[in-house]
Design a protein around this ligand. Sequence first.
Ligand code: SF4
Length: 215
Amino acid sequence: MTYAVKEMFYTLQGEGAHAGTPAVFVRLAGCNLWSGREADRERDAAKGTCARWCDTDFRGTDGAHGGRCTASDLARTAVSLWPAPSGVRTAVLTGGEPTLQLDAPLVDALVDVGFRVHVETNGTGHVPSGVHWVTVSPKPPAAPRLQRYDEVKAVLCDGHNVEQWAHLAPLCYLQPLWSADDATRSENLQRCIRYVMEHPHWRLSLQTHKMIGLP
Ligand code: SF4
């Protein structure tokens, strides 16, 4: 079994409960809600409206440390990106949609070399056992399956009832929709702040990595 990896990089987790903590990000290639091609955005919005605004490049294997690799090769590369020879290491499996490829042998390979394994999923796929932390970021109309999640990370978008996801995990984070336009970004942030203050079972999550210029 080999895995299609778009890129791997060492950075700080920017969002949710682990914001600010160092992690090796493993971006697995491909997503089930958008092909990743500009021309397909409107067509694929029927599967996930996030296809209209997704800004992640998850196509192909041409990024830093990307390629097709076995579980042990991937784990070895992850270790090589970690700056310290020992101590707790964190690997964040993301995408695209990581559950399209993530399986128990890949989790085991990362755990064997000392990683805690975190997964960021849209909730449509099965998360294998052995994963230490699962973040679900629902992308309607695709419904998240019922399984163990540790945190929900919802994006406040027009027409989305985020309350339908509040039961999925003990921690609920709400993020403003990102925009390259300063005025729209600020408006989205204010709306998100208001929502959290009026619905205190949510917490505000910001894409802090973008604010500080990290990938
Ligand atoms: S599920 Fe995530 S990676 Fe896939 S299109 Fe939506 S926002 Fe992008």
